[in-house]
Write a new protein. Sequence first.
Length: 273
Amino acid sequence: MEIIRTVEALKKWRSSFNESVGFVPTMGALHEGHSTLIKRSVSDNSKTIVSIFVNPTQFLAGEDLNTYPKKEESDRKICELLGVDAIFMPEISTMYSDDEVLISAPNIRGYILEGHSRPGHFDGVLQVVMKLLNLVQANNAYFGKKDAQQLALIEQMVKNYFLSVNIIAVDTVRQNDGLALSSRNAYLSENERKEALKLSRSLKEAAHLFQVGENNCSVIKVKMLEVLDGLDVEYVSIVDRSFKEIENIEQNNTIVLVTARVGATRLIDNIWI
Ligand code: PAF
């Protein structure tokens, strides 16, 4: 497995073969969720490259940029074991200059929900993903459905900018008790981890209500909030796949999202119906 740190070395690696390349962009602190993306890429493509880069432009002032979990050694081992061919681990100065042409997330989808709570976050995500996609020139790039809004915006950017990569959406990975895997789970105390289960339980409740015939979103949201009682809920939202709020759940076109703070940790989760 090659560790690549510069743009020149990445270009050299990329031009050394013609087979299909799968790309898994990450910020490191790899967990089962990432492993699932990586395994999918390894099975779909001849070569897989993972990027590990804690992207400063997607963190707002006061967020956890400086304390974001770093696990370089174990990240490398995981990649090696999963059959990754290369890891791209650039420095900030490799990725950014002082004066940059910026990308803005679209008003509607970029500044609601996560984008409303974290204004500018998606501009930074799109900026770095555009750079990474252009650098890696992958055939397929893999993103988790857990970051549903990020996924939708990246799909839109690829379409709007005529990028030729396929974006592959991969299901959220959960622990046995339902907790969605996230690098930020590392911040949770034992008690907070128990409380955090309320997020996935509220989503299960939404799916259950729909299965037994309830499709009114207001009713479902009230029931979800009951399950979430005791948490500092930022939003519960039910949208269609284009992220428009809807009144009634439609099968195969709905995403139910929840964001809450458990102690100081902000967690997001969603379920696709
Ligand atoms: O989902 C993430 O880990 C990040 O937002 C991404 C896509 C790697 C961009 O920094």
